[in-house]
Design a protein around this ligand. Structure first.
Ligand SMILES: C[C@H](O)[C@H](O)[C@H]1CNC2=NC(N)=NC(=O)C2=N1
Length: 97
């Protein structure tokens, strides 16, 4: 299957306006999720991991104490695609902020 197309700048801007917890550009979407403590942050990675496996689309995760720094990018496409938007929405459903 060919990699999905990268979003255009206009598509990305429109999508980000509906994802207020996320920032970024065509290279990646970024959100920090803060949990009450380190074990909660590890558990959050597991919860996100199940969604990622279901989607077969995986976030880049940087865990620092009780904060997850998430980056969403479609590696096969070299930038942000619809798959990243869908994963962002599903992460927001788990962690509304
Ligand atoms: C074969 C499998 O579908 C691919 O390797 C998937 C797995 N998860 C992925 N996740 C992300 N973020 N980007 C990818 O290009 C990607 N590719």
């Amino acid at each position: 299957m060919p990699p999905p197309p990268r979003l255009s700048p206009d598509e990305l801007a429109a999508a980000l306006s509906g994802l207020p917890l996320w920032s970024g550009d065509g290279e990646g979407l970024h959100r920090t999720v803060e949990l009450p403590g380190f074990p909660d942050a590890v558990a959050a990675i597991v919860r996100i991991g199940f969604v990622a496996e279901e989607m077969d689309h995986h976030p880049d995760v940087d865990l620092r104490w009780r904060r997850l720094h998430l980056t969403l990018v479609t590696h096969a496409s070299g930038g942000v695609t619809e798959f990243d938007l869908e994963l962002a929405r599903r992460i927001d459903a788990l962690f509304p902020g």
